[in-house]
Design a protein around this ligand. Structure first.
Ligand code: PLP
Ligand code: COI
Length: 339
């Protein structure tokens, strides 16, 4: 029996789904996979994921439209990103076409838990792949499991559209030429210590700087970062050690082609931040979360848009993107997958 939830007041939490998708890789091939009612994973004590963190994952959402239909937003890009993430950690990638049909299957099986249109909720979908095979010397495992589960969610940050405060981390999330651009659980393990420091000081997230020189802005623990300069241009940090956010890539297109907001994707110096008017975080979980302030040790950097309301450009971007995801604004060809 599905849990009874108040869909209009969901946080970002795990609620056990009815079904999840499971496929196993053994003897050099993926089995045919299928739905399972069992939310537990049983592993050998020496499984590669437990010893050497061989794990990659994705995050995307299913949305309920006004006519009751269910859609996903650009899931082909999640499938492709997971394919690349897996290859970087020497794991067998899960084929893109199979990823998409497994997604359809698992969302259909959990359709009752896709929050109703107008509640602001959506169904968060978590595909992941890990080494289930035994290893003890440092090497890739020979057996893997791919799973997808779902959970209904509301806003990632408490307060939804209320601006959040960020803190500059003293630690690095990802090294140059390392794993920052792939979606691997190990990157998030690296962020937990700073996350707790930030949380205990009352900040919602950390801003990471480039690990080599600590001069450029990278991203936060769970989202890319966006700025608006005094000329109302959207400024987006470019770096090889940040996650290529699907939301960010979509927003760059929306800004330039639909809203006619000039866009610059380039390395952004931390010293430029005090000149920016607006700041926001973007990602599947974060959607677009406005940022009112960044704390850099003793220095407080306040954005012109302030701690009360999102700025003008962030609001326009948010309304357009979420309008497309919720079926209120037509999306570019190929961005919506009907389930
Ligand atoms: N950066 C990090 C570290 C993330 O965890 C996420 C979330 O997935 C993002 C950026 C945003 O990526 P996307 O827009 O593809 O969800
Ligand atoms: C996502 O947005 O899907 C993520 O994976 C971010 C995570 C911090 C929840």
């Amino acid at each position: 029996m599905a849990e009874k939830l108040d869909y209009s007041n969901l946080g970002f939490a795990y609620h056990t789904p009815e079904k999840r998708y499971v496929a196993n890789f053994k003897n050099g091939a993926w089995d045919e996979g299928g739905l399972s009612g069992d939310s537990n994973v049983v592993l050998n004590e020496s499984a590669g994921v437990l010893q050497y963190c061989q794990q990659v994952f994705e995050g995307l959402k299913a949305y309920r439209w006004k006519d009751g239909s269910i859609v996903c937003f650009r899931p082909d890009l999640n499938a492709e990103r997971m394919f690349r993430s897996a290859a970087f950690l020497e794991m067998p990638s899960f084929p893109v076409e199979r990823f998409l049909s497994a997604l359809d299957e698992v969302v259909k099986a959990n359709a009752d838990s896709v929050p109703p249109y107008g509640t602001g909720g959506s169904l968060y979908i978590r595909p992941y792949l890990f080494a289930s095979g035994i290893v003890i010397g440092v090497q890739p495992a020979e057996e893997y499991q791919f799973r997808i589960f779902t959970t209904p969610v509301g806003p990632y940050f408490k307060g939804g559209a209320t601006p959040i405060a960020l803190m500059v981390s003293d630690f690095d999330r990802a090294a140059p030429h390392g794993t920052g651009a792939i979606k691997a659980g190990l990157n998030y393990a690296m962020s937990l210590h700073s996350h707790e420091i930030a949380k205990n000081k009352g900040f919602a997230e950390n801003v990471y700087l480039d690990a080599a020189k600590r001069e450029f802005v990278e991203e936060t623990g769970g989202a890319n970062i966006l700025f608006v300069d005094r000329e109302d241009r959207l400024i987006v940090p470019k770096s090889d050690s940040i996650l290529p956010s699907i939301t960010r890539r979509s927003l760059l297109y929306v800004a330039e082609e639909i809203l006619h907001i000039p866009v610059e994707e380039r390395p952004v110096r931390f010293s430029e931040i005090p000149d920016f008017k607006e700041c926001g975080l973007c990602g599947t979980a974060a959607v677009i979360s406005p940022v009112g302030k960044i704390q850099d040790h003793d220095r407080e950097i306040l954005f012109q848009s302030g701690m009360e309301k999102p700025g003008k450009i962030m609001t326009k971007l948010y309304e357009t993107l979420s309008g497309m995801q919720n079926g209120e604004i037509p999306a570019p060809e190929g961005w919506i997958r009907k389930i």
